[in-house]
Write a protein that binds this ligand. Sequence first.
Ligand SMILES: [Ca+2]
Ligand SMILES: [Ca+2]
Length: 451
Amino acid sequence: MRFSCHGLADNVITELRENLPWPAAFRRNRNAWLASGILIVSGMAGYASVLLIAGSSHASAGAGKSLGATAPAARSSSCISEPAPASASSVAAFRFESWIVSVASPGEDFSGAYESGDLLFIPPRTAFKVTASPIGSATLRPAPGWLAAGGRWSEGRIPGEDVFESPSKAGLYAMESVPPKEGGTPPSLRVFVMLEANMSREPKGGTKVSVAGKSLGAYLNPASSGIVKVRDNPQLYKPPRFFAFIDTAVENEPLIAPSAEGMPRSISFGQAIGFIDRYEGSRKIHTTERHTNLFAPSRPLYLKLARLGEALARQGIRFRAWAVNSGFRSPLYNASIGGAAFSRHCYGDAADIIIDEDGDRRMDDLNGDGRVDKNDVLAIAETCRRLELEGLVKPGGIGVYECKGDQSVGAFVHVDARGLPARWGYAFEGRRKIFFRWWPKSDPGDVDESE
Ligand SMILES: [Ca+2]
Ligand SMILES: [Ca+2]
């Protein structure tokens, strides 16, 4: 990571790198933020942009802070006293790199850097600020229907820094910016306004959740878990408050920015929830039915799957798209299929994935030895583990599964983004479930059964 930038003295750069009060959200996504930081810190506009990053972090960390007020100076480096407002003419030459989104939503973290074409999940009637980076490189306009659906928009204090309020009507809104003077595709941002869940406490401390009149079942009280890590980390097991939905309009929409040329396709809304398998006798019937059309979105998971696909492609394991066998599960459905009580699938940040380029619903024989078994998915698990260790993805569970029989997928990997590393491996032989270890002893992830 280099902070080689024009117009900033070395001591300022060191100050920026080491002494800014980066909040936890930044530390978690350090590399992604720094990656956008490099681009921001080049050139004249950089000075103001860095301050605004500090300002947005501040806004996301401070509950209920007004979006209109930019007060980065107080919290940023002593070398810098005031953000330098950039005039449109002085920065018009800078090419758009990313959107810096800050959302005033206490208790939920939707703020961060978004690429052009990316997707921001946001609660209804929520204020957020979008700053183009470099500042002035793009100006976002409300999506068609935004204002009619109750959304608001006001132009920013400086060019390219706009304040919005999400509509009350849930759904997808595609925003574009003013086309650049030199031509080309205008930078865009998609916004999905989520539905807020209705929650009611159960006698044992669980929480019943329903969304738009549909019951999803009860999220259990983590204090009641037999697993120490669940009991010790109740904040990771809060029932999701906001839900997205799948309908024909969004089914093929990517859940993050569309992938780069030659990289596996970003996972889509339609993949957020797996299809139900039915059985005729012992014969498995694949369906295209889902147990619900509602899901709790998890940007860290979608980014993790994208980074994983890219890392595998760089190793020569190229494929068109992840096949997701199981994504979000309502607690009701999770219980009906015998899922773990505190399964991350119920929190929306887990996916069971395979590579299935030949479309036979089984993991492909990656290592070409004529069999489909755990050896075909170990490269996926190991690459994911390495990305976690390098801090490039949010840590979470990595579980390797091997299942015998033609009716099964053969082998798959569970990946989640719960925030704490966890590792496991299971081979199913008939009714026997045999544990195996596939990760080295030096790995910080404990054995965990909260699949
Ligand atoms: Ca296959
Ligand atoms: Ca094989």
